[in-house]
Design a binder for this molecule. Sequence first.
Ligand code: ADP
Length: 184
Amino acid sequence: METMVGKTKLSLVQGDITQQDTEAIVNAANTGLLGGSGVDGAIHRAGGSEILEECKAIRAKQGGCPTGQAVITTGGRLKARYVIHTVGPVWSGGGKREEELLKGAYDSSLTLAKERDIRSIAFPSISTGAYRFPIEPAARIALSTVRDFLRGHSFSEVRFVLFSEKDLQVYEDCWKELSSTQAD
Ligand code: ADP
């Protein structure tokens, strides 16, 4: 699915985040920034050791990345020039500010991209794998945070890359629902 939000192309696709040709891709990292499973492992494997070296330097300087925030490194061997590493919340029932922290992860990534004049960015579905955030509310937060950010800023493209057909369907249904209701 592809649609315009102001001057920005918003696309929802099924695929592998490591293969994207956007200027930046976003990593669903963890606070330690040393790699892990899922998207994180795939990005470090595909992008090579240069990404980990920069993550280690960031760790040495600021001691990792708090949940809801983001840091940026090279894309190493990836097509993408940069990787924005953000940390989504671990779902533990909804009473630990998980929604606010997930919104923070998207907002921080978009803000960092803007600060670096990045023109196109691809996101995975942050927190909905190992971190167990339920996909429907996570999709709503992801898409509404991007939509709201695009009221004040534009990119050439913001792309969501969903790993499974089912997740893509959830994001598409959610976008239709958001577009049919008044922006809040
Ligand atoms: P988190 O720890 O934030 O939950 P995960 O990496 O475990 O992050 O999962 C986040 C989402 O990314 C899940 O929906 C998972 O299926 C998906 N995913 C895993 N590998 C890839 C990949 N290479 N490209 C895009 N999405 C992926």
